[in-house]
Design a protein around this ligand. Sequence first.
Ligand code: ZN
Length: 180
Amino acid sequence: MDKISIKSQRQKKGSCQPRGPKSNKEEAEFGPGKVNVLMCKDCNAVYFRKSWHHRLKEGKEISEDKPARIVICPACQMVKDKMFEGQIILKNAPADKKGEVLNLVKNVGKRAFARDPMDRIISIKEQGGEIEILTTENQLAASIAKQIKRAFKGETEKMKISWSHQESVVRIVLNFKLLW
Ligand SMILES: [Zn+2]
């Protein structure tokens, strides 16, 4: 006969939990109230006060009486699963502007990551005159595309933005004008 656990599995609303269901074992070991923070084993980001943060320099968010549960954060999980939430395709970027474009993309990515460890550029790939940029957050992709558009005013065509309603994924195509 199967043993049926009738242990209460109350979960405090808004308590620290990664996305996805928890196993009963985890619930027993790390139930609400026992663990204050989560820490990602891959990037060291920590989860507390309902969002992910970079680890504080002093590291005081985790201590012996405030142990962290080691998990994998949603951004690292997304990279692992080869998923993304934002995609930008840049077409026809002139050879002499490519360096500038890529620097801009990387800088926007860096600033976003500094603000929020879940905002990341996953990859930047160049292939056959196209540059593809993948991001973990759709808003980051939209922000990168907007800033390219602003920096190369008059040199780009209208952005094509398509949202997928089911997955909250955004795909943005931005063409540089062909100037010959
Ligand atoms: Zn992580």
